[in-house]
Design a protein around this ligand. Structure first.
Ligand SMILES: Nc1ncnc2c1ncn2[C@@H]1O[C@H](COP(=O)(O)OP(=O)(O)OP(=O)(O)O)[C@@H](O)[C@H]1O
Ligand SMILES: [Mg+2]
Length: 318
């Protein structure tokens, strides 16, 4: 599978010097679905807008389908579809004209068969002659998608396509995304819903404070979720894990007051019984035992927390 989007050391500072992207490196493979997660203000929209050429980068490069998005923006732009986070539509325009117009904007010749297919796919065909103002919020979001698809893009960016959308429509969106993927379209979407990333993404990226903290196969993340941690709290701190119980699955907490054992809940034998026996043989006295399940949510929260700590440290240093 080849890379369709390549992002090299992309930085963006807004007027006034605020650094919204701090050197993003990312390659996106043709045909994959990449979900970008991150808290409000993390830089997701800035990243997408910069790739799509709506915002200009301060430094770094982006190429789409081998075309530099600045030097060769026309060729790059033709491959890209964008569903923006904010809804901006002409209220008095008819649905079908709005979508036709988008197609023309990208230099694609008029083709009503394509427009009809897209509108049907998005359950908008019976609304094709309605004015935009007469549509519900969810329908407007569908129009935004139809507009983005009008010129048959190969890479589709969806910036929070399911924000403020009901469960039904969210499921529809997922189906639409799956259908596009089946047609070979590469999809990059941002979301605040971790379960959404779990449901449809091939890979998951986490952005916080302008940095890409993690990009990983969803399956790898899910496998990590099958892991549980057992924290064996000790009555007295120790300086090292005793040799008698040392193993790869066992580590000592930073303050030496707990042994942390990682195990797979799906295995028949977790090794907990023998661990606890060995701990007491080694003469250690237990204060308490706690178990924890790690989840994508937890991975996410930890990363965001880490980014916060880093910022407050550099603020202290300044
Ligand atoms: N036009 C602009 N001028 C100045 N600062 C901006 C501009 N657009 C965004 N920012 C700042 O850049 C940072 C990243 O914003 P961005 O919209 O990319 O975040 P986001 O991850 O998409 O957040 P959300 O989840 O709320 O959509 C924020 O601190 C924001 O205030
Ligand atoms: Mg945003």
């Amino acid at each position: 599978m080849h890379n369709i989007v390549e992002i090299n050391n992309l930085k963006k500072s807004y007027k006034g010097g605020f650094e919204a992207l701090k050197g993003i490196n990312l390659t996106i493979r043709q045909g994959e679905i990449l979900a970008l997660l991150g808290p409000n203000g993390a830089g997701k929209t800035t990243l997408i807008s910069t790739i799509c050429g709506i915002t200009t980068a301060t430094s770094g490069t982006v190429s789409v389908g081998g075309h530099d998005t600045v030097k060769d923006y026309r060729a790059a732009r033709k491959l890209i579809g964008l569903v923006p986070q904010e809804i901006h539509l002409e209220p008095f325009e008819k649905v079908i004209n709005t979508v036709r117009f988008s197609r023309g904007l990208f230099g694609a010749g008029s083709d009503d068969a394509v427009i009809e297919k897209i509108l049907r796919q998005l359950s908008l065909w019976d609304k094709k002659d309605s004015q935009i103002r007469a549509l519900s919020g969810g329908m407007k979001r569908r129009v935004l998608i139809a507009k983005a698809l009008a010129h048959n893009p190969r890479v589709l960016f969806l910036d929070e396509p399911t924000a403020g959308v009901d469960v039904e429509l969210r499921k529809d969106m997922w189906q639409i995304v799956a259908g596009l993927k089946a047609d070979g379209v590469t999809i990059i979407l941002t979301t605040h819903y971790i379960e959404e990333a779990e449901a449809i993404a091939d890979r998951v990226g986490v952005i916080t404070k302008g940095e890409l903290m993690l990009v990983e196969e969803k399956d790898t993340l899910m496998a990590r979720m099958g892991q549980k941690e057992l924290e064996v709290q000790l009555s007295e701190p120790i300086s090292a894990v005793p040799d008698a119980i040392a193993s790869d699955a066992l580590r000592l907490s930073a303050d030496g007051t707990a042994l942390i054992y990682t195990y797979d809940t799906r295995k028949e034998r977790t090794g907990i019984t023998s661990l606890l026996a060995k701990v007491s043989e080694a003469g250690l006295v237990l204060r308490d035992v706690v178990t924890r399940q790690s989840s994508l949510e937890e991975v996410f929260v930890n990363l965001v927390h880490k980014a916060d700590e880093k910022t407050s440290q550099s603020e202290d240093a300044a």
